[in-house]
Design a protein around this ligand. Structure first.
Ligand code: HCB
Length: 214
């Protein structure tokens, strides 16, 4: 890891909001791509924070500060990620975080990246009920829509299976393409529930989304 990416990760790990913002500005000024700043620096910091939380080395208030640091940096990076967006739509997406789950950092990042790559993205936010998602599918004028669902907890991940069932019951499976992600989501889970794809990060999500919607 180059020093600036390590500095970014360290700033997130140490819950240093001002430091994270400063390092982000520094990285951008030195020509580092916004996506690298996120994936090689900030997200790496969040990964370590998650591990430390799991080991009992960090507690919830500290994670919240790290998340705030990452989100503050994201506000600076978002306009950079959005550069180059516009033009013909690559398709319509409905993005949301599964019911019971408020982890939105990854979903926001994936939504921004899809928007920057020509998709029209409707963001439903966090803690979204499956019924609302299906209503949005029905309301859309598009022939097909890509559901971009995130779940960060093993409990909320189970809601993705319920969503697939609801989509089938409501007869909208042909219209609703399903790309689900989040730390606990694996390819084997996607196959088990009969969804269309997953991705480990925002850059891969764009590739998978284009493939699914082609
Ligand atoms: Co939270 N939390 N948390 N948390 N949290 C996790 C997720 C644990 C894994 C931590 C742990 O125990 N190791 C854990 C879940 C355990 C489990 O179920 N297996 C956990 C827990 C337990 C909880 C609470 C229950 C804690 C409590 O209250 N006791 C509580 C839950 C509240 C709720 O949702 N009802 C909680 C709260 C919080 C906050 C508020 C402090 C904060 C969230 C702030 C926010 O999002 N606004 C938080 C955070 C930050 C985390 C960790 C540390 C980081 C998550 C994150 O933002 N990662 C996380 C640990 C971890 O994930 N390892 C921990 C960075 C982003 C960029 O990565 O994976 O979200 P991402 O997204 C990637 C990738 O997955 C993919 O692309 C993204 C970008 O690269 N992707 C998709 C995501 N969605 C996609 C959709 C697609 O279609 C395709 C790709």
């Amino acid at each position: 890891m180059s020093d600036i990416y390590k500095d970014l990760a360290d700033a997130v790990i140490s819950q240093n909001i001002n430091g994270t913002v400063e390092k982000t500005k520094e990285a951008l000024a030195s020509g580092k791509p916004a996506l690298d700043i996120i994936q090689k620096g900030l997200s790496e910091g969040m990964r370590v924070v998650g591990d430390k939380f799991e080991n009992g080395e960090l507690f919830l208030p500290q994670i919240m500060m790290s998340a705030k640091a990452m989100n503050s940096a994201m506000e600076i990076l978002q306009p950079e990620l959005e550069k180059g967006s516009g033009g013909a739509s690559a398709g319509v997406c409905i993005s949301f975080v599964q019911e019971g789950d408020i982890h939105d950092i990854g979903n926001r990042l994936v939504s921004t990246m899809l928007g920057a790559n020509g998709f029209t993205v409707k963001v439903l936010g966090v803690d979204v009920a499956n019924e609302l998602v299906v209503d949005e599918v029905k309301k859309s004028d598009a022939d097909k829509v890509l559901l971009v669902g995130s779940a960060l907890m093993t409990t909320s991940m189970l809601g993705q299976k319920d969503l697939m069932n609801l989509i089938n019951e409501e007869g909208v499976r042909a219209k609703a393409k399903c790309m689900f992600g989040g730390a606990p989501v694996s390819k084997s889970w996607i196959d088990e529930i009969g969804a269309d794809g997953t991705a480990e990060n925002a850059a891969e999500a764009v590739v998978v989304a284009k493939k699914i919607m082609a």
